[in-house]
Design a protein around this ligand. Sequence first.
Ligand code: R5P
Length: 297
Amino acid sequence: MIIIPGPASRKLGEEIAGALSVDAHPVEHRFFPDGESYIKYTTSVEGETAVIVQTTSPPQDTHLMQLFLMVSTAKDLGAERVICVVPYLAYARQDERFLDGEAFSLDIVINMLEKAGADDLIIFDAHNVDSLRRMQKRHRIRMENLSATPLLAEYLKERGFRGAYSLSPDEGSVHRAEMGGEVLGGGFGFFEKQRDLRTGEIEMTVKDVEISGRDAVVFDDIISSGGTMAQAIAGLKKQGARRIAAACTHALFMGDAEKRIREAGADLIVATDTVETEFSQVSVASLISERLKEIAK
Ligand code: R5P
């Protein structure tokens, strides 16, 4: 098994290799003057299982293109199996054709990876687990969705959030709150949303649970604009929560997301290194390396 960190996940790729006690072989990469990516393998992958580690956070299209170049080249150079570890998979939120005429983006991205020669795809905290199951039925590539929520909860437990109430922004993602709750031990639930008829703003409220004076953690797959997390935290504040943590797997933090979340009242923000940011306090490297040991013996 050869670990090949891509340009977008060099640090994570090296940590995975370290956890497996093997050398990492990052591809050589540079940009041409017009912005196109140049990719060159620095070791032979012939007859090998090539594990390509490349996240696809912004700039998504550039990182995706680099991924396609790496996968296709690995197969072309004779790799027997290509495992793509894409910690954050871009376009995963467009997991259906919601409106007539829309691009079914997730399906297209997976199709392109498959066509490039990928045999396996490992991602983290898919936006919608059911849609990934549906994807699996449409494609040959073997897909796995790992969750970083237990790791985030462990981190928070060590920082005084043992016994905190775990929440997801909505009922559809309550499985995340449940996973967090199993580690923190303070129960779990989800927010209900309603529109304030006076201001027209969305309010998020926890029903049937006494939040006042308690610590709480909101677990989400992704923080992008920060709007969802800020509303959730504002709701908890209004209900009298004591300390509040915002936890997500993929920290995109576009624009003033951090400011919105802090101003809403978050005491702590934590994320993983599926996207490397200043909030990446939790590494998914060990989880990936353990999984690779199982599937790529
Ligand atoms: C929504 O379904 C997702 O789970 C996230 O809550 C959402 O994508 C976060 O986006 P934003 O930070 O822009 O509110």
